[in-house]
Design a protein around this ligand. Structure first.
Ligand code: NAD
Ligand code: MG
Length: 381
């Protein structure tokens, strides 16, 4: 098992659970970062005494510096500081930053030669081409933390030849609005959208689950991670969130990973791979559930799924564009400035208007992100 770890986005839902796993296994924490919530970060610094910590927000970073002046931890600030933390040369860097803000730190960590435990799906959605190529060049592993991708990764163990994989099947909980039609979703509230049936997560991904954009982003993430064409990645709604995803092989045998919905299993596996250790997660008692159900997604109502599929198939900067539109619209919805269905409208608009460029750089990805964000804002305000 790895001995040293950096956690980026340590104050969030995944970050806090990652530190719980680290505590349990006595991992040395080299670096911690947060966006702006310094109360939690201060407590984490006092417990884990990392060499370095960073806060993206400059003002919050200045305050934290004063607060932890009595500790050996050096406090950095801004995106640059977060990237410096990512490059701290820990054996593994767990990236649980939310949104495109996670992309540059992922690149920094790979350049420094650390393995990546990746929760930040936006990294691969927007920058998959560069991140996968750089990881290969540096001999770095990217181990998935997202539960579906961890399930696929686990179901792929022992597969000697990629040609034997026929299909990846991503499961989706369906979110709080499963079964509803578009007309019923026009006026849903933020509180209703934040009420996820099975998982307790950060606000952005919880809204992504309600629109099912999350499953579209995960489709793109899976395509990059496992080198599969989008047409060989299927989605099935599984309301109980027990079967976390499946792999179909050439003989039509299907292998799945199951467990209670608790992110500490995929987080731990990304840190202990290829070994397994005891975990605080409760055992799965299948008889408690009795029936597991599987249904087709309603692609008409939850149009974001196929908008992401199309973006990936179009390639180039399209995935970065749909990601940026979603990130901005998701934020505007949470601020009460736009309606729920406007999120899919923004994503659809980005698919129409994204810059067409087949030969693009990482700089183009960040530029597209900025462009589509401001375009999305203008669309509604
Ligand atoms: P969260 O909102 O709870 O936490 C996000 C973290 O990122 C916080 O520590 C925050 O301070 C930090 N952050 C925010 N903006 C930042 C910025 N501009 N620069 C640097 N740091 C910043 O989110 P979460 O639910 O923990 O999700 C994190 C990532 O993991 C997302 O990409 C999400 O899609 C993915 N993910 C989450 C879950 C889950 O169960 N929560 C499951 C699968 C994948
Ligand atoms: Mg997931």
């Amino acid at each position: 098992m790895i001995k040293s770890l950096a956690v980026l986005g340590s104050t969030g839902s995944i970050g806090v659970q990652a530190l719980e796993v680290a505590r349990l296994h006595g991992l040395k924490i080299e670096a911690l970062t947060a966006g702006s919530r310094i109360d939690i970060l201060e407590n984490q610094i006092r417990e884990f005494l990392p060499a370095v910590a960073a806060v993206a927000d400059e003002k919050a970073a200045r305050e934290l510096k004063v607060r932890v002046a009595d500790t050996p931890t050096k406090v950095l600030s801004g995106e640059k500081g977060v990237c410096e933390c990512a490059a701290c040369s820990a054996e593994s860097v767990l990236n649980s930053i939310v949104g495109i803000a996670g992309l540059a730190p992922t690149v920094s960590a790979i350049e420094a030669g650390s393995d990546i435990a990746l929760a930040n799906k936006e990294t691969l959605v927007a920058g998959g081409k560069f991140v996968m190529a750089l990881a290969k060049e540096k001999g770095v592993s990217i181990l998935p933390v997202d539960s579906e991708h961890s399930a696929i990764f686990q179901s792929l163990q022992g597969c000697a030849d990629k040609k034997q994989i026929k299909r990846l099947i991503l499961t989706a909980s369906g979110g709080p609005f499963f079964g509803k039609k578009k007309e019923e979703l026009e006026n849903v509230t933020i509180e209703q959208a934040l009420n996820h049936p099975n998982w307790s997560m950060g606000a952005k991904i919880t809204i992504d689950s309600a629109t099912m954009m999350n499953k579209g982003l995960e489709l793109i993430e899976a395509a990059w991670l496992f080198g599969m064409p989008a047409k060989d990645i299927d989605i099935v709604v599984h309301r109980q969130s027990i079967v976390h995803s499946l792999v179909e092989y050439s003989d039509n045998s299907v292998i799945a990973q199951l467990g209670v919905p608790d992110m500490r299993i995929p987080i731990q596996y990304a840190l202990t791979y290829p070994d397994r250790f005891e975990s605080p997660v409760r055992q799965l008692d299948l008889t408690e559930f009795g029936t597991l159900t599987f249904e087709k997604p309603d692609y008409e109502t939850f149009s974001c799924i196929n908008l992401c599929r199309r973006a990936f198939e179009k390639g180039g900067l399209y995935p970065a564009a749909v990601n940026a539109a979603n990130e901005k619209a998701n934020e505007l919805f949470r601020q009460g400035k736009i309606g729920f269905l406007d999120i899919a409208r923004a994503v659809s608009n980005a698919l129409e208007t994204a810059p067409q460029k087949n030969d693009y750089s990482l700089g183009d990805v960040f530029e597209t992100d900025r462009l589509i964000r401001s375009q999305t804002e203008r669309l509604f305000l």
